[in-house]
Write a protein that binds this ligand. Sequence first.
Ligand code: CO
Length: 170
Amino acid sequence: MALRNILKEGDETLLKHCRPVTAFNDRLHILLDDMAETMMDAEGVGLAAPQVGILRRAVIVLETNVDEGEEPYIIELINPELIETGGEQEGPEGCLSVPGVYGWVKRPDYVKVRAQDRNGDFFEVEGVGLTARAFCHEIEHLDGHLFLEVSEHIMSDEELEAYYAQDGEA
Ligand code: CO
């Protein structure tokens, strides 16, 4: 596995439409492994292939809604499609391609995604809360969209501090 360079806002690659993955081969597996290492190194909860310069429909999301004592795990989504959404949440959202910037974004609180795994087999997966937010955010990357487009406003440091103080998080 190897760390890949995460493209930053301003790079035109991030604005492009990604093509479907058609070859479920070693090259895809290496990409997914590298993306996992890159995301964990950057302490993110999601990463899309275009963020590392690959214009293919592949994303990974860290599932953090796990039972106490269990480790978060990575969900790989190839050619993902949102097939169901429900509820609503709002809160700060960021992106590894837009470091240090958080915007207030409304998202569904529940989503169901249909995708293929790294071997091409279809499956469905549900996400709630942060995971639902990450599914939406990462899938939007595949069509060249950044969260800045759907953010109501960019949060100031003071707003962020107040939000997390109230939320009891660091
Ligand atoms: Co992002």
